[in-house]
Design a protein around this ligand. Structure first.
Ligand SMILES: [Zn+2]
Ligand SMILES: [Zn+2]
Length: 221
């Protein structure tokens, strides 16, 4: 066993796969509610630390290790990307990850290093290589946290909204437009794009004015 790798799993997301055994094809499903670990968040939204996360995981023994397939459902808290109002929501993330038996992994490397793995590393960018990171069992213990964390963070919304049609903030004064109502506007300062439109409509008005003036002239004459 190479000493550079740390196999020691810790935390609530460690599952004991002893009952599963190593007979390829045997499977068992476990459900568990765990407290959310730290740092499950993006800039605007995240899973509150310690919040209840519902896990439903199927473990299946395969020749190289244990395949973990599951879903995690977690509450979310954050702020709306448009109006910055606080919001709560939930996220469901699916994951599938192979955990290799540590006592078999040398054999696995011999087999794979020569073939596709070498090619893949040449073609992939650095951040994509991390997706190929191999995970290992620690004896019978399987630490689901890394796979769980990757899946949940990936499922978090980049731009969470308090509601689908949130109108956001007034660009002029910053008031939430949902509170300000449809009549909210500022006449003094005009956006240059609107100024161009306004000019066009004023030109149109002038033409109407001319015709009206002409009509009046005819009536008078
Ligand atoms: Zn909003
Ligand atoms: Zn305003």
């Amino acid at each position: 066993m190479p000493s550079t790798r740390t196999y020691a799993p810790r935390g609530a997301l460690v599952f004991d796969t002893r009952l599963l055994g190593r007979q390829a094809g045997s499977a068992l499903t476990q459900t568990r509610t765990v407290p959310a670990p730290e740092d499950l968040r993006l800039e605007l939204v995240g899973v509150p630390v310690g919040a209840d996360v519902a896990l439903d995981v199927r473990f299946e023994a395969v020749s190289e290790g244990v395949l973990a397939t599951g879903t995690a459902t977690a509450p979310l808290a954050g702020e709306c990307a448009r109006c910055l109002a606080p919001l709560t929501s939930s996220v469901t993330a699916s994951f599938q990850e192979l955990y290799l038996y540590t006592d078999k992994h040398d054999k696995y490397h011999e087999k794979h290093d020569k073939h596709e793995k070498h090619d893949r590393h040449q073609e992939h960018h650095e951040h994509e290589e991390q997706d190929d990171e191999e995970r290992y069992l620690d004896g019978d213990l399987l630490d689901l946290e890394p796979a769980f964390r990757d899946a949940v963070v990936l499922a978090l919304p980049m731009s969470p909204l308090c509601r689908e049609d949130c109108p956001g903030l007034c660009a002029e004064c910053g008031v939430p437009l949902a509170d300000a109502g449809p009549g909210h506007r500022h006449d003094a300062a005009v956006d240059p794009r609107w100024a161009a439109l306004q000019q066009l409509s004023e030109q149109g008005d002038d033409k109407h004015q001319d015709r009206r003036t002409g009509a009046i002239d005819l009536q008078e004459g």
